[in-house]
Design a binder for this molecule. Structure first.
Ligand code: BTN
Length: 267
């Protein structure tokens, strides 16, 4: 299983440097933890850590990310960018775009992005992303972007059943985890280089918005200073969500501060 994944990955990989150094593991605690350790040991930017199973997979907001073996993709890409730390959170959107684009090439149903970075299909989450940054003297030492994608068909635990889905539910095809990962690296390499040139999402914005499930739909913004509703219209070059209010004015909301729900549920 595991050897297959590496083989499929290496046979398909077309990048110049992204993910060219990759460690494939049968089991780890969390690929994000391992990637951070590798960064400290001097690993090069673009190093990829992949695991078949995680014993301490972590999600956003301190949640657990269930990571059984043989079914899903769990990987972390480590980068050492030159830009300022306040730009790093945008990399989560860059990765969400790369995953959506790569998935759209191999699954017959078009995936959506729920701002800022969940990938959803038919209203259910198929992928989550957790980005973490390490600083050294107020510069970025490393950024790790951890991605979990539900790939093969599986029975989800009761608490996830209504909110989670796997890619293979959306077509008859069998998906190769290794090949999909290579496709994601290929898209991400181009996206990341564009992002670094402009230090913004300007070049990716239109394509990102073409996947945005919230676009032109009513959203409920869970702002700690008070919830409000509006129509999501797109994103800014800095990755903020543009929300149009009832009086037609537009506010931009920042993912670090708020989360967004559809008014009828998760999307
Ligand atoms: C979320 O809560 O939506 C983010 C989930 C991120 C899960 C991935 S799986 C690979 C990497 N290692 C981890 O421990 N977490 C991320």
């Amino acid at each position: 299983m595991h050897r297959d994944m590496r083989e499929h990955y290496e046979n398909r990989l077309k990048t110049r440097w992204m993910g060219r150094t990759a460690g494939f593991y049968e089991v780890v605690d969390s690929t994000n933890i391992l990637a951070k350790e590798e960064a400290k040991r001097g690993a090069a930017s673009g190093t990829l850590i992949v695991a078949d199973r995680q014993t301490a997979g972590r999600g956003r907001r301190g949640r657990e990310w269930k990571s059984p073996g043989g079914t899903n993709l769990y990987f972390t890409l480590m980068l050492k960018p030159d830009f300022a730390p306040d730009k790093a959170s945008m990399l989560t959107l860059v990765m969400a775009h790369a995953v959506a684009e790569a998935v759209s090439r191999s699954v017959p149903v078009r995936p959506g992005i729920k701002w800022p970075n969940d990938i959803v299909m038919d209203g259910k989450k198929v992928c989550g992303i957790l980005t973490e940054m390490e600083l050294k003297e107020s510069r970025i030492a490393s950024v790790v972007i951890g991605v979990g994608i539900n790939v093969h068909r599986q029975a989800f635990p009761t608490e996830l059943k209504d909110r989670a889905a796997s890619l293979e539910q959306f077509g008859t095809l069998e998906i190769s985890r290794g090949a999909l990962l290579a496709d994601i690296m290929e898209v991400f390499e181009a996206d990341y280089e564009a992002f670094c040139r402009e230090e913004s999402l300007a070049a990716l914005r239109t394509s990102y918005e073409s996947f945005l499930v919230n676009k032109d739909r009513e959203v409920c913004v869970l702002d700690p200073r008070g919830e409000f509703r509006g129509i999501a219209r797109g994103i800014t070059d800095a990755g903020e969500l543009l929300v149009e209010l009832a009086d037609k004015s537009t506010v931009s909301v920042y993912a670090g501060e708020v989360s967004v729900r559809g008014i009828y549920g998760y999307v």
